[in-house]
Design a protein around this ligand. Structure first.
Ligand SMILES: Cc1cc2nc3c(=O)[nH]c(=O)nc-3n(C[C@H](O)[C@H](O)[C@H](O)COP(=O)(O)OP(=O)(O)OC[C@H]3O[C@@H](n4cnc5c(N)ncnc54)[C@H](O)[C@@H]3O)c2cc1C
Length: 420
């Protein structure tokens, strides 16, 4: 069995892992390796051939593969080593057990960055009743089949869930000649970004049925119809208003689950809300040598946020490996009124740098004020024209504010007008 020693190991060569590894190397880490189970780097970006990536970081609209390529080149020129076709199976104290093309491999590290991304929720997670015909796909699988393998997956399509992948696939399928009959959303508001509704549904005349769900699936070999019906305010189906929609394809775009099986083997503390690790602003988990970033930490809407957050994780992992990561008292950052979660969940009051708190609101609203308080005193606030759960929000705490913390902080929001 082979053993590799490195300063910083990174699991996952998606945008998060690539940015973290490059930043670790640029911060001075000696040997930095990325362990990636796929046969190529890029993660989910490989199949995102639509434009819309990198507007914030590069100021231009790139496709997923173009965005990934820029980070691959940066990581490569920084001297990051990439182990493809290698899956990290188990996290021990300062060691990963991996399975690669040549068998088992042990990777001993000074610091580790978890960047495993997330996977999609499936029909089994939703427990939709009905028969079990072919023609039912998660939206990301459909995207891979069409964009990577060039398959045609169906002609008459219903999409359950208004997440970003579902809306992007509604447009993709329409461009491929399919008829997308409806996007059906259980919530009374959009789950994904407004820009995707405009560009992918409205521009193509695809109806969005809010407060609706799929209650039955029919078909023997191939899907022949789904039954759709409205839901009441408690999200219970109103069955006397159900309608059968003939279709041969159902796409599910009903949420993503951070891939934390590896983190669990290392007994990393996970948040029941994000289902990612509990971290401080260094992206440091409950195991001080282990850092987490990207979609495995919390599901991101924009890759630009992933790259920024992951560069911080990589830099701090390099500092930790070199024994240079500052330490000070840490205080909880908790969600208050109208907020679903805050990431990071802890803030170390070191005062070395400003701290960005990322969070999502529970319901959409207009003229929203978001604020961060400590002991009832406002630390920072911002007015937003519009907020929605599909869009990640942020507040920045200045260095001075961080240095002055002496207790927990809370993020809350107040809508001038509720839109749900
Ligand atoms: C369909 C879709 C469309 C999107 N469209 C846009 C858009 O238009 N604009 C935008 O800005 N953002 C978009 N996003 C969001 C953005 O792409 C993601 O937030 C980002 O790619 C997440 O990066 P990541 O590195 O955390 O995860 P991923 O890209 O999923 O990478 C994770 C990597 O980890 C590897 N891995 C997992 N477990 C292991 C293991 N145990 N061992 C080894 N390797 C492992 C995986 O193989 C994968 O390569 C989209 C996302 C999706 C899913």
């Amino acid at each position: 069995m082979k053993t590799i020693d490195c300063d910083v190991a990174v699991v996952g060569a998606g945008p998060a892992g690539l940015a973290a590894a490059e930043a670790a190397k640029s911060t001075g880490a000696g040997k930095v390796i990325i362990i990636e189970r796929d046969i190529r780097a890029g993660g989910i970006l490989q199949q995102g051939i639509h434009p819309g990536f990198g507007l914030q970081i590069f100021g231009e609209e790139l496709t997923g593969p173009e965005y990934a390529e820029r980070y691959m080149k940066q990581a490569d020129s920084a001297g990051v080593e990439l182990l493809l076709g290698t899956t990290a199976l188990e996290l021990r104290d300062r060691e990963l057990v991996c399975a690669g093309t040549e068998g088992l491999l042990h990777v001993r590290f000074g610091a580790l960055v978890l960047a495993m991304g997330c996977r999609e929720r499936t029909r089994a997670n939703l427990v939709i009743p009905g028969s079990r015909p072919s023609g039912i796909y998660t939206a990301g699988t459909a995207q891979k089949l069409i964009n990577i393998y060039g398959d045609k997956i169906g002609k008459e399509v219903v999409i359950l869930g208004s997440g970003d992948i579902g809306m992007i696939m509604a447009r993709r399928l329409t461009l491929e000649g399919a008829h997308v009959k409806a996007v059906v959303e259980l919530l009374p508001f959009l789950a994904g970004l407004t820009r995707n509704k405009v560009q992918c549904l409205d521009d193509f005349g695809i109806p969005l049925l809010l407060s609706h769900t799929v209650v039955d699936i029919e078909g023997v070999d191939r899907l022949t119809s789904v039954t759709v019906c409205p839901v009441d305010e408690k999200r219970r189906p109103v069955l006397d208003k159900q309608e059968k929609i003939p279709c041969d394809t159902l796409l599910l775009s009903v949420g993503l689950i951070p891939e934390n099986e590896l983190s669990r083997t290392g007994k990393i503390e996970l948040s029941p809300v994000t289902r990612g690790a509990v971290v401080n602003q260094y992206k440091q988990t409950s195991n001080p040598a282990v850092f987490a970033c990207g979609n495995v930490l919390h599901v991101n809407d924009l890759v630009d946020h992933v790259s920024r957050e992951s560069a911080e994780a990589g830099r701090n992992a390099a500092l930790y490996a070199a024994g240079k990561l500052p330490s000070a008292a840490a205080y909880a950052a908790v969600p208050g009124n109208g907020i679903r979660y805050v990431c990071p969940q802890k803030v170390v009051a070191d005062g070395n740098e400003e701290v960005t708190l990322y969070f999502r609101t529970m319901i959409p609203g207009r003229r929203t004020v978001i604020r961060c308080t400590a002991n009832g005193k406002e630390l920072v606030s911002r007015k937003c024209v519009r907020t929605s759960p599909g869009t990640m929000e942020k507040l920045v705490l200045s260095k001075e504010t961080v240095a002055s913390l002496n207790g927990p902080i809370e993020v809350s929001c107040e809508h001038g007008e509720v839109l749900a």
